[in-house]
Write a protein that binds this ligand. Structure first.
Ligand code: FUL
Length: 632
């Protein structure tokens, strides 16, 4: 199976409005989209880019700053990240499900919108959809009378929280998936149910992951119809990822770009012409540059398509007992590197099997909230004339953080800037950057200062600096948030064979050195690869950890795998048949696979059954054995 972000062809309209703002750029603003005439010279191109502004829906979304994700569903009960679609609905029974607790926790943590996975790739619907029997209605939860979307709606009403819905286009359960017109109809019906029966929906999230249907055919989605349904039923909702209002930042680790343009010629994958334009401009989801002058010179259209940083509070998107939430420092870094980099943070907090947000997670969320309110609310700026680029600080101020923001209702203009502080020794540059956008947070070594000054050294049109605040923050100490898993020492491992060939012991050193920065690449011999290792003695084994490469190049990443154990290297006990490292491309974290119960064995066989893009070789940053007994 090839996993890809779906890209399809676009027609662009542009809507010109007259600016009401007194400051340049005078003349028309282009709401959301603009066309660049083929003969436009470079100055005209830059001028058009400066006039593209967000739609009212995009503006309201950007101002939320922090939104929450709830990944919850059949995977919560099977301990997986992607279900296969054949899970028994009888597994779904969150007896203590408390949507009130979800929303109260998220509200207290400072979130203003919550997005629920109404249907993930496994096709299991958290509402009693009439389109399929694979829903909560077939589960024992509340005797089949439950509706998670309804519970969440009611809790959102109670706490004044906006509601967003994630509906996975990829559906591994639907028998008609891949049979494009039939599935498109089913999906349209699902969308219609969700957008008609649950009040106001503020964000519709369409994931880009997409595989083949049971007939081996690739589904061709009817994005135009899906969008029409959204516009008819929820005209104010923004559409994310495969939608054209909100752009995926390009990773799932919580980091926005240092240079983050909300105005880009990149075409959303759900619009006609996307593939052609994006490949001509070399603009994929992960591209470092999505909107510099260099890119503008080749563009024929532009749109306001701002970045959303989606990341989970835990390593996986769904709740797993074996995982724990990220440390406070990690979450603060995520906040600074997302909200602080002109993006909206979409932080996932997965409810557990009982249907509640785990106390470790809610504690961490409150710590984050406290950190933000303790560190980023006491503004040291005492005086600043509106729009001025100089600010006077309170007497005796010490400062190590500046928060800047452009009035994006008049466009994103700043291309390069510096920040200087008037210290007892005179003016000193303390920070510099490229884009600002809606919000940019900059940290620097603490200085004593009486004034701060921004020097904009490059801009597309005169900048409108709406936010200019200064703080003296204290970052939480660094903390390792990966649960220590006892691992069998790599040096005792001897490789016996690779793909049936006997090899020298050191052949796979890079995979067994417990060092994920070194990468082993297998011979390029085909789809299946089999590695047999001798652990040197009998070990009490709890599972394995496959660590994929994390250098941004997914080549060789294992997708389907099997691992087996033996005491004589002849008779094998298959410990995990037909497993898959779901979502390993977008979220290349160490993949932990646990046995149903620990087993003793001396030999391990790891088989890769497919590579993520069906390449003939595999890569392993690290392959480790988890021991059940710390004395191993
Ligand atoms: C990805 C999905 O495949 C993950 O399971 C998760 O839902 C994440 C938010 O998007 O592409």
């Amino acid at each position: 199976m090839t996993l890809f972000r779906h890209l399809l062809p676009i027609a662009i309209s542009s809507l010109a409005l007259t600016s009401t703002a007194g400051t340049p750029p005078a003349g028309p603003l282009f709401v959301k989209e603009a066309i660049i005439p083929a003969d436009a010279d470079s100055l005209t191109r830059i001028d058009i880019a400066a006039r593209v502004v967000p739609s009212p829906g995009q503006m309201a979304w950007q101002e939320l700053e922090m939104t929450a994700f709830l990944h919850f569903g059949i995977n919560t009960f099977t301990d997986r990240e992607w279900g296969e679609g054949n899970e028994n609905p009888a597994l779904f029974n969150p007896v203590g499900l408390d949507a009130d607790q979800w929303v109260r926790t998220l509200r207290d943590a400072g979130f203003k919108m919550v997005i629920l996975t109404a249907k993930h790739h496994d096709g299991f619907c958290l509402w009693p959809s009439a389109t399929t029997s694979h829903t909560v209605a077939a589960s024992p939860w509340k005797d089949g009378q439950g509706d998670v979307v309804r519970d969440l709606r009611e809790a959102c009403n109670k706490y004044g929280m906006k509601l967003g819905l994630y509906l996975s286009p990829w559906d591994r359960n639907a028998e008609c998936y891949g049979d494009s017109p039939r599935y498109n109809q089913m999906f349209t019906n699902q969308l219609t149910e969700l957008l008609s029966n649950y009040g106001k929906v503020d964000e519709v999230w369409f994931d880009g992951a997409c595989g083949e249907g049971p007939n081996g055919k690739k589904q061709v989605y009817d994005w135009a119809t899906f969008k029409k349904v959204i516009r008819q039923l929820q005209p104010d909702a923004v559409t994310a990822i495969m939608g054209d209002d909100v752009r995926w930042v390009g990773n799932e680790n919580g980091t926005g770009r240092l240079t983050e343009w909300s105005v880009t010629p990149k075409v959303p994958g759900s619009l006609p012409g996307a593939e052609e334009t994006n490949s001509r401009l070399k603009l994929d989801d992960m591209a470092a540059d999505l909107g510099s002058r260099q890119i503008l010179m080749k563009a024929d259209s532009l749109r306001w398509w701002p970045s959303e940083v989606d990341v989970s509070i835990r390593p996986g998107w769904f709740y797993h007992d074996s995982e724990q939430p990220k440390s406070l420092r990690h979450l603060v870094d995520i906040y600074l590197n997302s909200v602080g980099r002109n993006s909206v943070l979409l932080l996932n907090v997965p409810p557990d099997r009982n249907g509640r947000i785990a106390s470790a997670d809610s504690t961490r969320l409150m710590e984050l909230r406290n950190w933000i309110s303790t560190n980023l609310t006491d503004n040291l700026v005492a005086k600043r004339e509106p729009h001025s680029l100089t600010a006077s600080l309170r007497p005796d101020s010490k400062v190590n953080c500046v928060v800047l923001g452009e009035d994006i209702s008049r466009g994103q203009h700043v291309e390069r800037f510096t920040v200087s502080a008037l210290t007892p020794d005179g003016w000193r540059q303390v920070a510099r950057g490229t884009t600002i956008g809606y919000k940019r947070i900059l940290h620097f070594p603490e200085v004593e200062a009486s004034q701060l000054r921004i020097d904009i050294t490059s801009q597309r049109a005169p900048a409108n600096i709406a936010t200019f605040c200064a703080y003296d923050t204290t970052l939480p100490p660094d903390a390792d948030d990966s649960r220590p898993t006892p691992v069998y020492p790599g040096e005792n491992i001897k490789v016996m064979s690779i793909d049936g060939q006997t090899v020298p012991v050191e052949a796979m050193a890079a995979a067994f050195d417990n060092d994920p920065s070194t990468l082993w690449t297998s011979p390029a011999t085909g789809k299946t690869h089999e590695i047999i290792v001798d652990l040197g003695k009998e070990v009490d084994i709890d599972g394995i950890i496959y660590t994929p490469r994390t250098d941004g190049n997914p080549d060789g990443t294992v997708f389907k795998y099997e691992f087996a154990l033996s005491n004589n290297a002849k008779d094998w006990n298959v410990a995990s048949r037909g497993g898959e490292f779901s979502n390993v491309v977008n979220n290349p974290i160490p993949q932990r696979v646990f046995l149903a119960s620990p087993a003793k064995a001396r030999y391990l066989r790891f088989t890769s059954r497919s590579e993520v893009n069906e390449l003939p070789f595999i890569t392993i940053a690290s392959l480790q054995v988890i021991t059940a007994n710390e004395n191993n």
